[in-house]
Design a protein around this ligand. Sequence first.
Ligand code: PLP
Length: 370
Amino acid sequence: MNILVTRSSMPPLDEYMDEIKELWETHWLTNMGVKHRQLQEKLKEYLGVSNIDLLTNGHMALELTLQALNLRGEVITTPFTFASTTHAIVRNGLIPVFCDINASDFTIDADKIESLITDRTCAIVPVHVYGNICNIEEIERIAHKYGLKVIYDAAHAFGETYKGKGIGTFGDVSCFSFHATKVFNTIEGGAVCFNDSDFGMRIYRLKNFGIRGPEVVDGVGANAKMNEFCAAMGICNLKHVNDEILKRKSIAEHYRSCLEGIEGIQLSPLQENVESNYAYFPIMIDEKIFGFSRNEVFDKLAENGVGARKYFYPLTNTFECFHGKYDVTLTPVAVHISKRILTLPLYADLSEDDVDFICRVILQCKKRRP
Ligand SMILES: *Cc1c(COP(=O)(O)O)cnc(C)c1O
C-alpha cells in the first residue's frame, strides 16, 4: 500500500526528547506521575470539561466506566461501531440490546430507543460515530424519563463541541480514545470525562487494582493507568492538534469538492451546531446507481495502492464470538449501511494530490461501467 487509511500524528522528535528528559531524573515512570497530572490538566482545559481521568486506552475507559457505575441488566447500544463498545458491555456481564441507526449520520436512532426499554434496562451506550454527534437532546430526555445512565463512546469525537460545549460534558460519562490512529494520540491511551466526583473516585481506584489505601483494597479493579511516556507524547501532540484538525478539514473539503454530487455516492452530513474534528471521511456507495459495489471500489483502490477501510463492517452483533445470539434483522439500517460504507484515507499530512488520485480511482470505476 502506498496510501494507508491513516497515519499516526507525531511531534518533532526534539520536542518529545525534551518532554521525557526529566523522567531520567525522577525515575518515576508510571502511577500518576508528573506527566500524567500535567496532561490531565491540559486536556481538561482543551476539552472544556470539569473532570477527567486518564487511562491506558479507550477500551478500558469504557469497561471500567460500566463497572464503576455498578450496572446490572440490559444496555441499549449500537452495532455500528468498533468491537470495543460491545465488548465493554459484554465483558461486564451486561446484555447488549442493539438499537438501529440513522441512515443519515450513522449514529444510534434515538426514535427507536424507547421501544427497546424494559424493566431490566440500566443504561444507553451511544457512539458519536466518525465524530458525528448523536441526538443528544432526545437521548437525554429518554434517560431522564426512565432513570437510565448515558455513557457516550466518544472515541471519534476528540475536541468536538456541540452548541459550543465540549462533547465530553454530555451524558453521565464520555469515554475518549487516544489510540495511535485517532485524531489525538498518546500512542495508546484514553480518558473518561464525567460530572459526578463520586464516580471519579471509583474509576480512579478501579484503574489501580481497586486500591483505596496502602492497606485497603475495596474494589475488584484492573490495571489501566496511563504511563509517563504516553502522557508525555500527549503533552507534545496536544500542542499540534489544532493545526492537524485544520489540515484534516482542508483535506475533507477537498474530498467533498471531488465527490459531491456524484450519483451513487453519499457523503457524511455536515452537522449543525457541531464543531467537527474531521476524524474520518466515510462514503456510502449505492451499487445500483454507481454501478460498482463498495467491495469492488475497495478492491480497485487496493489495486492502486490505496488502503481504504470497510469501517464498520461487519456489525458487532454479527461477530463470531456471539454465536448468532443477536438477531441482526432487528437492525436493518445498520446492515444496509455496513454493506455500503467505505472510509477513505484521511490524516493531517495526506496531500491534495493523493486525494485527487484516490477520487480519480473511485470515479474511474463509474466510467468503466459497461
Ligand atoms: C478506538 C475505539 C475504541 C477503543 O479505543 P482504544 O483506545 O483503541 O482502546 C472504542 N470505541 C470506538 C468507536 C473506537 O473507534
